[in-house]
Ligand binder design. Structure first.
Ligand code: MN
Length: 531
């Protein structure tokens, strides 16, 4: 069981008040979860305690750590929201409730909708800290997945691979991404896992002695050329990542040069280029294999220099050169930008959430997988697994906010736009349809297909029959009952929100030119038969 001392030991903040709050929350949550056990039979509290420790290790603020301790308490009715708010503050409750809400959106299978679900989660989270607690939660659950009933394991592991690991990646949390993937891999494809494990073992065993030699030579040379403050280590590629790369390279292991890479971590950015010069003077670089992610950082914020060189002792070796700060960023991503000092600065400026705003802004495009192409609601529903188009409202949102980023309005605006403008809905098969806020089952039916809209007999939301004018909410499962004899009526116009549905209803009612023409044709066709 993670002790409170361990959590406090990892905490970045040295404020006495913060530390006392965490200690108090620890006892409070422990009591709330008393008598409650995990699938493994262990006390339930080991779970929130482990999460709190991890959040502290990631450098998260006190609000996030405390929210981690309570993330399952409200859902399991072990603690009353009011009490949490009174004892630990509004922000803690906000994050706890955010995590609870996220848990309601379940992955319903189809891989091709993963992108939409990722977006849904990001939109629902509204505060990045909610996502970070959720990721820590998922991580700890994955470490104990073997105790979960067998029929649930694969779904949870798939969801981790398809939804949570990519979100961690987009938040720049490289360590989290890799660990989630490698924890999920054996449950998703045990045979491939065993195979890749063997492949990696053989490959590293082969290169290990040579790599140690290269490391020694290199360290010697770096010191000789005046670099004093640096360290080197060997990073072994993750199993899932190796599996994916092998597939891309037609299973040709000789085409993969980064199973084991040599990392050089230096003090300053200039030292990166000095080290690069030394590496290239020592070993011949492979053409086309050099990447300067310092000058051009990746969309998720990743910074490092990568170069692949030919060595005598270990053959082809990838070298990754970065500063200590870049290294931390690559591991913890957005979390590392939310350190106590920064939070404190933001907070004293009076901003709402203690987020690193510029970071959130710079992440939005990659978070939401931007493309400039405008799209209709259907493009989400018909998303077939290729990189999904993002809806126009998102690009508009980003443009509108480009200037005011870093301000209170930015975060408020972001929440506002997500919540007041769009809802994400599911078909019974798990397709995601995104519609404006206030949309009704009629809008939903027309967003799927005109024919379905034109023959809507009734609608079920989350399994219950509802009236046509019902407003739909994020995460609702909407089932349209189709009947050939059902037809639009004038009343439907008042029960729709989207221009698309209104237009189709008018057309069906013969209120538009197209509609009138269509009705004339229909009459001509049906009259002789009827008489
Ligand atoms: Mn949990």
């Amino acid at each position: 069981m993670t002790t409170v001392k361990e959590i406090l030991g990892e905490m970045r903040s040295d404020s006495e008040a913060d530390r006392e709050l965490v200690a108090k929350a620890y006892e409070f949550s422990k009591k709330a979860h008393e008598g409650h056990t995990r699938y493994s039979g262990e006390p339930y509290f080991i779970h929130p305690a482990a999460i709190a420790k991890q959040l502290a290790e990631m450098g998260m603020d006190v609000t996030t750590i405390v929210a981690g301790l309570f993330h399952d308490a409200v859902e399991d009715a072990r603690a009353v929201p009011k009490e949490i708010e009174k004892e630990f503050g509004k922000e803690v409750l906000f994050v706890v409730e955010g995590v609870t809400k996220l848990g309601k959106h379940k992955y319903r299978g189809a891989e091709r909708h993963a992108e939409s679900l990722r977006r849904l989660l990001i939109a629902t989270a509204s505060d990045i800290r909610v996502l970070i607690v959720k990721l820590a939660d998922r991580y700890h659950n994955m470490t104990t997945l073997e105790y979960v009933p067998e029929e649930k394991r694969r779904r949870i592991a798939l969801e981790t691979l398809e939804i949570y690991a990519p979100i961690a990646d987009r938040l720049g949390m490289g360590k989290m991404k890799r660990e989630l993937e490698d924890l999920a891999f054996p449950f998703v494809d045990p045979d491939a896992y065993a195979h890749i494990l063997e492949v990696r073992k053989l490959a590293t065993k082969e290169t290990e002695p040579g790599l140690a030699k290269v490391q020694k030579v290199l360290r010697h040379e770096l010191v000789k050329r005046g670099l004093r403050d640096f360290r080197t280590d060997i990073r072994i590629k993750g199993l899932w990542s190796l599996h994916q790369k092998l597939k891309r390279k037609n299973d040709d292991i000789t085409k993969i040069h980064d199973i084991a890479a040599l990392r050089i971590i230096v003090a300053g950015e200039n030292d990166c280029y000095t080290a690069l010069g030394i590496v290239h003077a020592l070993y011949k670089p492979l053409p086309g294999e050099f990447k300067d992610y310092i000058a051009f950082k990746k969309p998720n914020g990743y910074r490092s220099i990568h170069t692949t060189v030919l060595t005598k002792d270990a053959g082809i070796v990838e070298m990754q050169i970065r500063t200590e700060e870049m290294h931390r960023d690559a591991q913890y991503g957005i979390a590392s930008h939310m350190s106590y000092k920064q939070l404190h600065k933001e907070a004293s400026r009076g901003s709402f959430a203690t987020l690193s705003f510029s970071w959130v802004r710079s992440l939005i495009p990659s978070l939401l997988n931007f493309s400039k192409k405008p799209s209709t609601p259907m493009s989400l529903a018909s998303d077939n697994g290729k990189s999904a188009e993002s809806p126009r409202w998102l690009s508009e949102l980003a443009e509108a906010h480009a200037e005011i980023a870093g301000s209170r309005e930015f975060v408020e605006g972001l929440k506002e736009d997500f919540f007041s403008h769009r809802v994400f809905l599911f078909t019974p098969k798990g397709d995601v349809v995104d519609l404006p806020y206030g949309a009704t089952p009629i809008d939903f039916a027309y967003a799927i297909h005109t024919d379905l809209g034109d023959h809507t007999q009734g609608a079920k939301v989350n399994g219950k029959l509802v009236p046509f004018e019902t407003s739909l909410h994020n995460g609702d499962v909407v089932e349209i009952i189709r009947r050939e004899s059902a037809h639009p009526s004038e009343k439907w116009l008042a029960a729709t929100k989207t221009a698309l549905a209104k237009k189709q209803i008018r057309t069906a009612l013969g209120l538009t030119e197209v509609g009138r023409r269509r009705q004339r044709v229909r009459r001509r066709r049906t009259t002789p038969r009827n008489s």
